[in-house]
Design a protein around this ligand. Structure first.
Ligand code: HEM
Ligand SMILES: [Ca+2]
Ligand SMILES: [Ca+2]
Length: 304
């Protein structure tokens, strides 16, 4: 059973230890923030929040992280968890007592706060998963060209509502995307219109400039063109102006079933923050493992 202060007896300072390690990593590079946040999402949607995404491929096993849908996960997200785990394990009473899954949950809360987002108490007590295969990833993660029904179905499969899905999409207020994720919207969209008509024309021109045809596939651009490094409700204000980067972002405003939620969070930071915290807490409960079907990994990237 998940609970706050789960490690109070064995490792009372675990949250401070993790926060300090995350802070040191954020000082080295900003990508720590979006990288960790997205890693948490991709972990929970495949086999639950059990750090299965952290496992490296070995021998005959191709792990989750080598599935095409995970190849764009930033290495700095993984490194954040590895560094925080090392800091926790440096304290004798904590050594091999705190799961990688819980460290990822704490680190994710910390990066949101460090980017200016809301703070919240995290529930802990997850065990680490015992399997990680690339074959288990297909169809579990949303695609940037999905419509509202497809997004809702994918989140509902994890016990999350449309409101949760919209709140969590607000994570696109920080971080980067590679150009190939949205080129269909700015070149050759359809017979009627070369550019997706739901895109703001000025923004579309900016995207074409940043992502010319045949651009280096390594190039990544800010997802929030206004406040790319701040966790705020700008994502929703952008959607109102046709500045959602992916079809899956912009559809939240163009579909009448989700527009009202976007409008209300565009006008209230507090309402968005509350919804985001509630949705992150629910996301953190997905598919949690216990001592019977999980363990505490010594090395987050390998099974014991
Ligand atoms: C609603 C469906 C979602 C879709 C279709 C989607 C899709 C994507 C795509 C295509 C990228 C760009 C990857 C790249 O090219 O490097 C991305 C980045 C990102 N996503 Fe999502 N995402 C969704 C939901 C979420 C959720 C729920 C979260 C977290 C709560 C999240 C957090 C992020 C972050 C932080 C980045 C930036 C990563 C970085 O800068 O390294 N996304 N997403
Ligand atoms: Ca997982
Ligand atoms: Ca922002």
């Amino acid at each position: 059973q998940l609970k706050q202060n789960y490690y109070a007896n064995v490792c009372p300072n675990v949250e401070t230890i993790v926060r300090n390690a995350v802070q040191a990593k954020v000082r080295q590079t900003f990508i720590t923030i979006p990288g960790t946040l997205r890693l948490f999402f991709h972990d929970c949607f495949v086999q639950g929040c059990d750090a299965s995404v952290m496992i490296a491929s070995s021998g005959s096993n191709t792990a989750e992280k080598d599935h095409p849908d995970n190849l764009s996960l930033a290495g700095d997200g993984f490194d954040t968890v590895i560094k925080a785990k090392a800091a926790v394990d440096a304290v004798p009473s904590c050594r091999n007592k705190v799961s990688c899954a819980d460290i990822l949950v704490m680190a994710t809360r910390d990066v949101v706060v460090m980017a200016g987002g809301p703070s919240y108490a995290v529930e802990l007590g997850r065990f680490d998963g015992l399997s990680s295969t690339a074959a288990s990833v297909g169809g579990k993660l949303p695609k940037p060209n999905m419509n509202l029904d497809q997004l809702n179905a994918m989140f509902a499969a994890n016990g999350l509502t449309q409101v949760d899905m919209i709140a969590l999409s607000g994570a696109h207020t920080v971080g980067f995307s590679h150009c190939d994720q949205f080129t269909n919207r700015i070149y050759n969209f359809s017979k009627q219109s070369l550019v997706d008509p739901t895109l703001n024309p000025t923004y579309a021109a900016q995207l074409q400039q940043q992502c010319p045809k045949n651009v280096d596939p390594q190039i990544a651009i800010n997802m929030d063109p206004n406040t790319p490094n701040t966790f705020d409700n700008m994502y929703f204000k952008n959607l109102q102006q046709g500045k959602g980067l992916f079809t899956s972002d912009q559809v939240l405003f163009t579909d009448s079933r989700s527009k009202q939620t976007v409008d209300s969070w565009a006008s209230s930071t507090k309402a968005f923050n509350n919804a985001f915290v509630a949705a992150m807490t629910k996301l953190g409960r997905v598919g949690v493992k216990n001592a019977k079907n999980g363990n505490i990994r010594r090395d987050c990237s390998a099974f014991n």
